[in-house]
Design a protein around this ligand. Structure first.
Ligand code: GUN
Length: 292
């Protein structure tokens, strides 16, 4: 049994945000205006509203300007594409995001493609994904980039390690697999990307030196799926009912923390692991956009 240490995203995020705030001051004194991020929220999804509000608040805390654009559930695809075009042209704006998921009648891929790559601070546009794959400068997607920064901050060794990523989403699993296999630090891993059709997942995950759980199922990863001494990064975040709490719920990840943590060398908890790092990466991308 290993003694585990926490990959503390709050601490690491706070340290990076202090640097970002300094960077924002520098650009403001150089060009008369600081970084400005806009976030577009369509519809009434409660979780999306919470995330977007957290992003806007984080902007204020590091001295960025932020604009929250809320549009009704009934917004048409054409209306949204028109708004995106306006934001692409807005010279007062360094970057913007359209919060996902979008209402079902809107094609999210069309919207992502419409965002100009140089304002795509989410790093979702195919041009930025292509740049990431080729190791060219561009915007990295926020969650994978936050995980990479977290591993760097705690000097976690990655070269030559077997990294198993569970989940192949476009915004986390797939880009994560690419970043961990890059010839860079953190990176240089041998990567396996596991998904819903993978056979005998526990046998595979038990071979992981670094296990990244991004499949979106509450407490899916159990102790029997983890090797002694592994580094575990939990990307999931779920509310589950808990009558013992005043709020009536508690937050859990994709990993059953209490039983998995004692087997780990390092583990990113939920909450307080990857979550704060994701927003920090968005701030970093926005600062970069403004410095260009
Ligand atoms: N929905 C869940 N995560 C994200 C994210 O990082 N960016 C956007 N735009 N939507 C999301």
């Amino acid at each position: 049994m290993a003694t585990y240490q926490l990959l503390d995203g709050k601490r690491c995020g706070d340290a990076l945000r202090a640097e970002i705030a300094k960077g924002a001051l520098e650009v403001r004194s150089g060009r008369g205006r600081g970084p400005h991020l806009a976030a577009v929220l369509v519809g009434n999804d409660g979780a999306s509203r919470t995330y977007v509000e957290a992003k806007v608040k984080a902007c204020e805390e590091v001295g960025f300007r932020s604009s929250l654009i809320t549009l009704p559930e009934t917004t048409t695809e054409d209306d949204l594409l028109h708004r995106v075009k306006q934001l692409n042209k807005d010279k007062e704006l360094d970057g913007f995001i359209v919060q996902l998921p979008l209402p079902e009648h809107i094609d999210a891929d069309k919207v992502t493609l419409a965002i100009t790559p140089d304002k795509d601070v989410d790093g979702f546009h195919p041009e930025n994904i292509g740049r990431m794959v080729l190791g060219l400068p561009g915007f990295l997607p926020a969650t994978p980039s936050g995980i990479v920064e977290l591993l760097r901050h705690y000097h976690v060794e990655t070269a030559g390690k077997h990294c198993v990523v569970i989940g192949r989403s476009h915004i986390v699993g797939t880009p994560m697999s690419i970043l961990m296999s890059r010839n860079a630090y953190p990176g240089n891993c041998t990567v396996t990307l596991a998904h819903s059709r993978t056979k005998d997942l526990p046998t595979l995950t038990r071979q992981a030196d670094i296990l990244i759980a991004a499949l979106g199922k509450p407490e899916f990863v159990t102790a029997d799926m983890v090797k002694d001494g592994a580094v575990v990064v939990d990307v999931g975040i779920h509310r589950i009912a808990d009558a013992a709490r005043k709020s009536g719920f508690r937050l859990v990840g994709d990993v059953k923390f209490d039983e998995v943590a004692p087997k780990c060398s390092w583990i990113a908890p939920v909450p307080g692991g990857v979550g704060p790092m994701t927003i920090t990466s968005l701030l970093l991308n926005t600062l970069k956009a403004c410095q260009r």
